[in-house]
Design a protein around this ligand. Sequence first.
Ligand code: F0G
Length: 482
Amino acid sequence: MSNVKFYKEEQIPLEMHKVRVVQKLILLPVEERLKKIQEAGNNTFLLQNRDVYMDMLTDSGVNAMSDNQVASMGMADDSYAGSETFNRVKSAIFEVFGTEHVLPAHQGRAAENILAEAYVKPGMVAIMNFHFTTTKAHITRLGGEVIEVLGKKGLVPVSDDPFKGDLDLDELRRTIEKYGPEKVAFVRVEAGTNLIGGQPVSLENMLAVADVCHEYGVKSILDASLLQDNVYFMKTREAQCKFMTTKQIYHLLADKMDIIYFSGRKLGFARGGIITSHNKKYINDMMEFIPLYEGFLTYGGMEVRSMEAMAVGLLESLDMEYINQGPEFIGYLVNELDKYGVPVVKPAGGLGAHLNCSEFVPHIPHDQYPAAAVATALYIASGVRGMERGSLSEQREPDGTERYAELELMRLAMPRRVFTLSQVKYCADRIKWLYDNRELIGGLQWVEEPKVLRFFFGRLKEIGYWQEDLAKKFREDFGESL
Ligand code: F0G
């Protein structure tokens, strides 16, 4: 994407890359799609990718690599200890964040496991703007509790607030004082904030959070998995960032936050995970867990070729031409849907477009999982695979009662540089059709409900025959079309 103004044509995001390797896609007929989603237990995680036309499940580990990333993989130094590849990862991290100390892990949640093992003890709390599924699971597994201090605006699906991921600073102070700093395992800032629609956190807010943490002597941790999109939003939405370089922003954050970790499947467009800090003390707290759970200190369970790709990808995440593709394609999709009246989370965030299913299908109650129902309906209508980010993605309370999500979202993640704009237009078109036929969508009920992270592999059943009716209506409206 670049600053290119169109003369006569509609203003659209213009790619600053070209495609040199392609993968064939298959779009199954609607009757087949109906069969496949039912066979998959109405869980889009359980679909086979060969049955999916646009895979918008996630942007994790599925982004298109650059030619330089692919080329770098041939340089990998496959040694168990002291690999030159790790030194290249370290220097890329030093360039991007300015931090000297680095621990490798096999992916983001592995880094979360290490952080939780090192700092969470029974009865402690971890304070954050909003939980992420795997983060929370690791903290609660160790007897800790997650307390969210997201600003009130964060849960308003439609607003013109540019930074809905911001923490409520007063609430943060109150929470630290309520539990006492010694009971606070850490304060975690997730930038951008995954489960509320990839919404960003402002630089101003993040720096203020770090100050509060220092004042109380509490550790501050930045989950930088989605930071690339967040930096794009800081540059484009926050006055003080406009004239800062991306590198200045990354460095400033690393200078203020005690520990940074991220999923290399997102930041760096590769695979793996990283924990980094200026402070050797924190690294020492966590170091012993790396050989125990991950692998030796110079690979941490990562494959060396992926580490090379991560090193190059991290350097590329300093380049606005490189990091703006995701947010601008997402912005395009959100805008197309919004113009038609489809309820979407606004303003557009990073990660993907998010349908607000409480409004899309208000007739489906929380306990019939409206967002999961819309995800199955969209697959039937289009072969597009999205992901439920609502009550189904929550875990039950310790007493077994449901914890209903504040936002019932269906996420359409935008893998970077993977889809063309015509595919994004197709996706928008089928969502518009589904919205016009929304009264046909019904609920889901459990068949097999796993105890932990149930959304990954739980199986559900449609209530009644609404999916057959939807497929029939598709045939009536689209005739022979796929
Ligand atoms: N933190 C955030 C903010 C994430 O979005 C993710 C992953 C993780 C941590 C965990 O990293 O997958 O490498 O173990 N999000 C993916 C998603 C799974 O689809 O949103 P991981």
